[in-house]
Design a protein around this ligand. Structure first.
Ligand SMILES: *Cc1c(COP(=O)(O)O)cnc(C)c1O
Length: 356
């Protein structure tokens, strides 16, 4: 069986070596030695000034919206994983969708200003499949209208834009370390920001608001990453060059051999050093996608419809029409992509797709 992705598992002995430190410390959560070490290593690897590891990639989005949302309207993209919209509603804010760019698949920054009202408090946009939003224009709009910018950068581990970590953009940027992502801790995530005040507030929020054992800065939740998860992160991180190289080989193979006279693909924004996180292809219509999906499923190959449905059609949001996002969502399929997907399997996938 070939799925859209396969979790990278490091040699078990190396994971056990990290676990043995936990047994020695007799300390298994609450920001222990392994977690602190992981945060230090991530800071260096990613070239960012701060990182707060959390228990998944959704909690940092919730924390960011708790900080900036103020029950207001949040301008957001309809083309993302459901977490980016559900978090807005979960935090008692109102999602206001802005359609996407048909080639970059990220929010169409030229339509953001028209969606701003007196109730708008923030922009929450996704760097889709690791492809950066137009961060410069979005920053200018946010500054002009006094809005905060949150980036759902769940797909962006290791991505740089104009030589700078993509996590350095926006007031807060979040990542997921879920098992299906490029770098993982099983479950996990992180919050990045370059503002000391926001960083402190987010940090306290992720640990019940604790200032000391008996004092609190304010309301908080439990967003802590355990030592077992940090152990996985510490074991996987040294393999990143190998993981990225393996993924690049698969991407190059698809790029060279898929028949793009009948297919479209996402355009990467200029200035991006990408992380080969997903391989989306866009069919001419949904009927073709369904035929290809069925043919692949018949030989135990399971691509995924990321992202479908378009989030403006969820039953708990107001029904705004988003023509570009809805039509892309109907026609886009993410092909299997992971570091040791073998050539024979890739060729098989390509030949099935090229037949339609
Ligand atoms: C994976 C993902 C999330 C959620 O991350 P979790 O770690 O699963 O909570 C949020 N947004 C996007 C775009 C994602 O792909």
């Amino acid at each position: 069986m070939i799925n859209v992705t396969k979790t990278f598992l490091p040699p078990i002995e190396e994971y056990q070596q990290q676990l043995s430190r936990i047994w020695k410390n007799e300390w298994i959560t609450n920001r222990g030695e392994l977690l602190l070490e992981l945060e230090e290593q991530l800071k260096h690897y990613l070239n960012v000034s701060s990182v707060v590891c959390m228990n998944n990639g959704t909690i940092p989005l919730q924390i960011a919206l708790k900080l900036f949302g103020n029950n207001g309207e949040i301008i957001t993209t309809p083309f993302s994983y459901v977490a980016s919209t559900s978090t807005i509603v979960w935090e008692n804010c109102t999602p206001v969708f802005v359609d996407i760019h048909p080639e970059y698949l990220t929010i169409d920054e030229t339509m953001i200003e028209a969606a701003i009202t007196s109730k708008t408090t923030a922009i929450l946009a996704t760097h889709v499949f690791g492809n950066p939003c137009n961060v410069e224009v979005i920053e200018a709009i946010a500054t002009k209208h006094n809005l905060k910018v949150i980036y759902d950068a769940a797909h962006c581990f290791g991505v740089t834009f104009n030589g700078n970590s993509l996590f350095n953009y926006g007031d807060i940027s979040t990542c997921s370390f879920h098992a299906t992502k490029v770098f993982h801790t099983g479950e996990g995530g992180a919050l990045f920001c370059n503002n000391k005040n926001y960083e402190l507030q987010s940090f306290y929020s992720h640990n019940f608001g604790h200032k000391s054992a008996t004092e609190f800065y304010g309301v908080g939740v439990n967003g802590k990453l355990s030592e077992m998860q940090a152990a996985m992160g510490l074991t996987v991180l040294p393999y990143m060059p190998k993981i990225l190289e393996g993924r690049k080989n698969v991407v190059d193979y698809y790029n060279k051999n898929l028949d793009f006279s009948k297919l479209n693909k996402m355009s990467l924004r200029a200035g991006t050093a990408w992380n080969y996180s997903y391989y989306p292809v866009i069919f001419k219509n949904e009927a073709t996608l369904l035929k290809v999906q069925k043919a692949l499923n018949a030989v135990q190959i399971y691509p995924r419809r990321y992202f479908y449905p378009s989030l403006n059609t969820l039953n708990y949001v107001g029904k705004q029409k988003m023509p570009v996002s809805e039509s892309i969502a109907e026609c886009i399929l993410c092909l299997p992509l992971y570091c040791n997907l073998n050539t024979e399997d890739i060729e098989n996938i390509i030949s099935i797709i090229n037949k339609y």
